[in-house]
Design a protein around this ligand. Structure first.
Ligand code: HEM
Ligand SMILES: *[C@@H]1O[C@H](CO)[C@@H](O)[C@H](O)[C@H]1NC(C)=O
Ligand SMILES: *[C@@H]1O[C@H](CO)[C@@H](O)[C@H](O)[C@H]1NC(C)=O
Ligand SMILES: *[C@@H]1O[C@H](CO)[C@@H](O)[C@H](O)[C@H]1NC(C)=O
Ligand SMILES: *[C@@H]1O[C@H](CO)[C@@H](O)[C@H](O)[C@H]1NC(C)=O
Ligand SMILES: *[C@@H]1O[C@H](CO)[C@@H](O)[C@H](O)[C@H]1NC(C)=O
Ligand SMILES: *[C@@H]1O[C@H](CO)[C@@H](O)[C@H](O)[C@H]1NC(C)=O
Ligand SMILES: *[C@@H]1O[C@H](CO)[C@@H](O)[C@H](O)[C@H]1NC(C)=O
Length: 363
């Protein structure tokens, strides 16, 4: 009798141990610990990359700048509560959109292109691909189409149910010092190499005069231009941005090859031709550890491309929603419970896709 009781309680322990192994070994990875994976859609939407590529390729034929604009959208998404499509959410009764935060307002472009992509992807694979993943794919495809490196985009992000304009106000601004830039990046888990490599995205695209005009006429209220601005470049920029003139005029972020993704951003910094203060800081801050990284990327485009790829993958992992968190939005500008109410499923029609301005306009 005694030996039976011992053996019975032993059996209970064995069962408990095996149940524990089952819980941690099988159930947990399926729920909260799911990881991103480049082949996430290989069965459910195998052509997603080429679908996204076709839309972007078409748009870029008439609007080459759009490649830069789409890369930036992924950055502005990832730095605000993670890469979760929160940037795309519009104002509603319960959502305060990030799109009107100072770094985004009258600045981000391509929201309508994202909706065009979403429509094309929904037509092929309804309800499968998140808007956050469309931004990540759009960033890689845009980089490649502009002449930059390709990489395996990690996928499986889900879309947020919230936006956060307060966090969006904190996106890095063009007048930050190097220490401030480092802080903004380390807050996101990105180090100094990531900061220098990702700033290389300013090898294409444009910036508005209002964001750097202070460097041209009255730098930090000194009454003089920024001493780290090349004298010939200063004259060029002054003709684009007259003192007190229209702040919405734009200049190329890379004066040498404005629409090409290459290492020229770094060679510009070496001759004091960075457009934004935050660009030139990387090279002109005396004694900074970023100078040698700029020199390396300027000398070796392959080194830049390899670093950029690694840092983009790292940035793409920030605060992602996976597993059962978030949702797959049907329309990128609204959470599903609200787009259903508003009757906005499949709202980005082929007709509206022709319209310009970067915003959805055919509601
Ligand atoms: C290091 C901190 C950064 C600062 C302070 C910064 C700031 C800016 C500013 C002020 C503009 C011009 C916006 C306008 O004219 O309205 C701009 C444009 C741009 N930024 Fe950044 N940025 C930073 C990092 C990044 C990163 C990490 C990426 C992407 C990986 C990126 C990609 C771009 C692109 C592609 C454009 C041109 C967009 C277009 O032409 O539509 N930036 N950035
Ligand atoms: C892209 O352009 C080609 C040629 O004009 C056209 O046949 C195709 O339908 C377009 N695709 C998309 C997704 O817009
Ligand atoms: C955003 O830009 C619009 C148009 O220029 C302007 O009217 C509005 O005040 C800006 N919003 C914020 C929050 O700055
Ligand atoms: C935005 O983020 C801040 C900081 O994490 C948080 O305190 C605030 O509650 C968030 N707001 C919304 C609307 O989620
Ligand atoms: C930054 O992080 C990457 C890995 O993510 C690492 O390879 C690199 O050495 C780090 N750079 C610095 C300056 O810490
Ligand atoms: C520079 O800006 C400061 C502060 O706004 C102002 O007091 C000063 O007069 C300006 N200097 C010039 C030369 O515009
Ligand atoms: C300014 O640019 C010119 C080329 O336009 C270059 O020769 C010169 O070295 C640059 N000046 C500085 C201080 O980098
Ligand atoms: C979303 O908001 C933008 C302005 O940020 C507006 O242009 C667009 O029409 C809105 N989209 C929808 C689907 O309502």
């Amino acid at each position: 009798m005694k030996s039976f009781v011992v053996s019975s309680s032993f059996m209970i322990k064995v069962v408990t141990v095996w149940y524990g192994v089952f819980m941690f070994g099988v159930l947990l990875p399926l729920s909260s610990e799911a990881q991103l994976d480049p082949s996430f859609y290989s069965k459910t939407c195998p052509n997603v990359h080429s679908i996204v590529r076709e839309v972007i390729n078409n748009v870029s034929k008439t609007d080459p700048r759009m490649l830069a604009s789409l890369l930036r959208l992924h950055f502005h998404d990832c730095f605000v509560q993670g890469c979760d499509g929160s940037l795309l959410l519009n104002n509603t009764a319960t959502i305060v959109s990030e799109q009107q935060a100072r770094p985004n307002n009258n600045s981000i472009r391509g929201l309508n292109v994202v909706n065009q992509i979403k429509t094309a992807v929904e037509n092929a694979c309804p309800g499968i691909v998140s808007c956050a993943d469309i931004l990540a794919l759009g960033a890689e495809i845009s980089t490649v189409l502009a002449g930059g490196p390709d990489w395996k985009v990690e996928l499986g992000r889900r879309d947020s149910l919230t936006a956060n304009i307060t966090l969006a106000q904190n996106l890095p601004g063009p007048s930050l010092t190097l220490d401030q830039l480092k802080k903004r990046f380390s807050d996101q888990g990105l180090n100094t190499t990531d900061l220098v490599a990702l700033s290389g995205a300013h090898t294409f695209g444009r910036a508005r005069c209002v964001l750097f005009v202070g460097r041209l006429y009255n730098f930090s209220n000194t009454g003089n231009p920024d001493p780290t601005l090349n004298a010939t470049y200063l004259q060029t920029l002054r003709s684009v941005c007259p003192n007190g003139g229209p702040g919405a005029n734009v200049a190329d972020l890379d004066l040498t090859t404005p629409d090409t993704f290459d290492k020229n951003y770094y060679s510009n910094l070496q001759v004091q031709k960075g457009l934004l203060q935050s660009d030139q800081e990387l090279f002109s801050t005396s004694g900074a550890d970023t100078i040698s990284i700029v020199n390396k990327f300027s000398a070796d485009q392959n080194a830049f491309f390899e670093a950029f790829k690694a840092s983009m993958i790292k940035m793409g992992q920030i605060g992602v929603l996976t597993g059962s968190k978030g949702e797959i939005r049907k329309q990128c500008n609204f959470i599903n419970s609200q787009s259903a109410e508003l009757g906005l499923y499949n709202v980005a029609s082929k007709e509206s896709s022709e319209e310009d301005g970067g915003m959805v306009s055919s509601i």
